[in-house]
Each structure stands twice: as structure tokens, then as C-alpha cells.
Design a protein. Structure first.
Length: 273
């Protein structure tokens, strides 16, 4: 095994500038290597040392982000009713309200602009199905069942043609989107890095893993599910472009895929008679 340069891990707590960009790019590349299925090698000891270094750096980055956003969540109520009131108020006072991005995308952006934006979005999609599968380990029954329902939906409810991840991959392929780390803004890489590799903290304590997964889920909640509630006007013009494109692709491709699947099943039954 050729040792990798891990000097980028030394600036994990930097949240802006060249050091932040390099950290996110290199972490994305590491995740790609680390999570790729492979057989064990004789260099497993070196790989463990590298894993420990990167895991610690990731932890330092997450702690830096938590410190950064602490003022934004300091007054979030813990009671159910109070939390719901606070959450619903986000439609008027939440971050991003009135942002010109959505109307610009809907009305002004060129095709190249939209493709650039979708490249950033694709890079941030970190495999929610894998995140759910790993997060549910040893969780309470209620949480485990809710994640199971979400996971089943991510898995296309048992239909390959309806699986969310491959649908997005086919869309990216059709649009010739190449979301390599060096071509993506670091903020999008940061989102993907936060949710893409839950195994990095599986070997640390339970609290650390749950904190990290909670943060990743919160990012996705703000971007997709909660946006329907807290950004109703933006939804009217352009609701989460990647999800919208994914849903449109699903409506077009899933019936075709299902029809092909039924055709194959029918042909198989005929041949077995």
C-alpha cells in the first residue's frame, strides 16, 4: 500500500478558505476509497492507522461545525408543542427565506447554470439508504421502524427501477453530470462528507455516531422534507431541483421499468409451462 498524504487532516477545524476546501476534497476522495468494497490486504495495519487519523480529523471538523451553529439552535424548545410552533415559524423567519436562488433557477438560469447547480446537488447526495441502514443499529423500536419504512421507500419498495439512488445516477448520466470532488464547491462536498460515511464513527462511542447522524439527517431534512413546510413560496417556483428532477424521472422511468419487469415475468412463466 502506498501511503497517502494526510497532511490535509491537520486543518480539519477550518470552516472557510483554502484549508476548508482542501479538507472537503480530500475527505471526499478518502470516503470513495474507504467505502469501496474490497478484499483485505496485507497492509490492513496501515489502513487502520490511516482510518484513525481521518476519523479523528472528521470529529474535529464536526465539533467545529457544532460550535459554529450553536447560536442558531440555542433557543430551540424541547417541548413537543413548543417545538412544533418554533418549527412552523421557520416559514417566516427561517434561514434562506427570500433567497434569490430559487427564482433565479426557475426564471433566469441558463442550461449551463442549471447543470452546474445540479452537479453540486448530485455531489451532496450521500447515499441516504446506507446512512439509514447503519444508523438504525440498536436504535429503539419506534425509531428503527420509522427508519425501516424510510429505507423501504429509498429501496423503491422492492423494485429496482424505483430505487432512489440509481434513479439519480441515471439522471446524472443522462445529463452528463460528472461530480468529481475537484469540480464541486466545498460546501456541497461537506454535506456529502457528513452523511456519506457513517462507518467512520461506528467504532467511536454511540453518542458521537448519533450526533453525527442527527446532523446529517438534519441537513437532509432542511433540504427536502422540511422545505415543503418552511419554504412554501420557494416550492411554488422551484422545489429542490434535484428532488424535483428525481421525482419527474421516477414518474417517467418507473412505469416503464415496471412494465418491462412484468413482461420478463410473463415470458418466464410462459417458458416454464
Amino acid at each position: 500500500m502506498t501511503p497517502h498524504d494526510l497532511s490535509w487532516t491537520e486543518t480539519a477545524a477550518e470552516l472557510q478558505g483554502p484549508a476548508f476546501e482542501r479538507f472537503q476534497i480530500e475527505l471526499a476522495k478518502y470516503n470513495s476509497r474507504h467505502l469501496r468494497p474490497a478484499f483485505a490486504t496485507d497492509a490492513w495495519r496501515d489502513e487502520l492507522d490511516e482510518y484513525a487519523t481521518v476519523t479523528r480529523a472528521e470529529g474535529e471538523y464536526i465539533e467545529a461545525v457544532r460550535r459554529e451553529i450553536a447560536p442558531l439552535v440555542a433557543d430551540v424548545p424541547s417541548g413537543v408543542d413548543d417545538f412544533i410552533d418554533w418549527f412552523e415559524e421557520l416559514k417566516a423567519t427561517g434561514p434562506g427565506q427570500g433567497d434569490p436562488l430559487f427564482p433565479w433557477l426557475a426564471e433566469t438560469a441558463s442550461q449551463d447554470d442549471m447543470l452546474w447547480f445540479l452537479t453540486q446537488e448530485v455531489a451532496g447526495e450521500a447515499g441516504f439508504d446506507d446512512l439509514l441502514a447503519l444508523t438504525q443499529v440498536k436504535m429503539p423500536i419506534t425509531a428503527k421502524l420509522e427508519m425501516a419504512r424510510n429505507y423501504w421507500d429509498e429501496m423503491g419498495r422492492g423494485r429496482e427501477t424505483a430505487m432512489h439512488g440509481p434513479l439519480l445516477e441515471r439522471l446524472a448520466s443522462y445529463l452528463e453530470i460528472h461530480a468529481e470532488p475537484d469540480r464541486v464547491v466545498p460546501e456541497s462536498l461537506a454535506l456529502g462528507n457528513l452523511g456519506a460515511q457513517p462507518p467512520l464513527l461506528l467504532s467511536v462511542d454511540r453518542r458521537a455516531r448519533r450526533n453525527r447522524d442527527d446532523g446529517a439527517d438534519a441537513c437532509r431534512l432542511c433540504r427536502c422534507g422540511a422545505q415543503a413546510i418552511t419554504h412554501p413560496h420557494q416550492e411554488a417556483s422551484l422545489f429542490h431541483p434535484t428532488c424535483r428532477a428525481r421525482h419527474q424521472t421516477f414518474r417517467v422511468l418507473e412505469p416503464r421499468g415496471a412494465a418491462l419487469s412484468r413482461g420478463r415475468e410473463s415470458a418466464l412463466r410462459s417458458s416454464n409451462r
